[in-house]
Design a protein around this ligand. Sequence first.
Ligand code: PMP
Length: 401
Amino acid sequence: VSRFEGVTMAPPDPILGVSEAFKADTNDMKLNLGVGAYRTEELQPYVLNVVKKAENRMLERRENKEYLPIEGLAAFNKVTAELLFGADNPIIQQGRVATVQGLSGTGSLRLAAVFIERYFPGAKVLISSPTWGNHKNIFNDSRVPWSEYRYYDPKTVGLDFDGLISDIKAAPEGSFVLLHGCAHNPTGIDPTPEQWEKIADIIQERNHIPFFDVAYQGFASGSLDADASSVRLFAARGLEILVAQSYSKNLGLYAERIGAINVVCSTSDAAARVKSQLKRIARPMYSNPPIHGARIVANVVGDPALFNEWKEEMELMAGRIKNVRQKLFDSLSAKDKSGKDWSFILKQIGMFSFTGLNKTQTDNMTDKWHVYMTKDGRISLAGLSLAKCEYLADAIIDSFH
Ligand code: PMP
């Protein structure tokens, strides 16, 4: 008998568990729309050309494998903050941004969560309903209390803006408000620029601290600047902000675990102190971050030629997803005789579509049609090809009715 008898079996992860089930399915028609990972039209994983070029350069230089400092690669931290806020943003020139390299978006969110737990004991984090499944795990494991604010309105299949505003208003003063910078996961619904201004008004009024999760910069609209406009709007108001960044999607660096946590402070002095504490949190967790992904990002973003090429490749990826989105809408509209309005699919933005399929219906998608997706009704359009749109439309229509 094992000393670990008391250890119960953990449930599979609601997102990554879908990929495991997909692998086990032997049906030819199977489709993995669970995890948000970009695929080519042939449904193969894609390594960006700019990443290959950057890696070739790195190999030629025979760079060493010495430890990075706790805060990560300096060249990476510089370009990542510039990409986010804009290189000429005064907050950067004034040294008011504390940037620490993190283990992709998740690890960066986790550093921020521990920071909140330590320096704002009892403060609540407000998260959207629904949100990316891992947000709750991150705050739970960091012992940070959280509650939800209304976000998605199933009746309009759009943003519940009034609900959002009143919930943020009603939260205890000085709460953290977690916002998706762009391409909200899982709904694909973002506030308009006017709505962002209103959200910023309320956050300011209530003395809350905005906490952005930016996992899709460049992937929503195809433009890095447009997708950072929400964060920049808050920064331009002189607010103190937390921003977690990820390069999993926009540079396809999923397994390199490269991202950053940025804390915008009112003074450079505060930024220096915040950075010192983020380092103190990182040290006993993983000591210092991995170097390979940081070098790739620094080479791509820091080199004007590669940077331009990256933008073109990102437009291509975002463009392919938009084409698939359109084709899926066309297929559904043509095939479905029920009169259901499918236009919500075109209004959504980013990698995902939030279909409105419930748990029983998603079970039908998987059990009968071999379409793998999360139980909240989200499908990743990045894992769909034009060739498979008709099949998916049949599966969705069958599952709805
Ligand atoms: N936040 C959101 C909203 C996401 O969708 C993701 C990726 N699915 C992440 C953070 C973090 O992913 P990663 O840790 O791979 O950067």
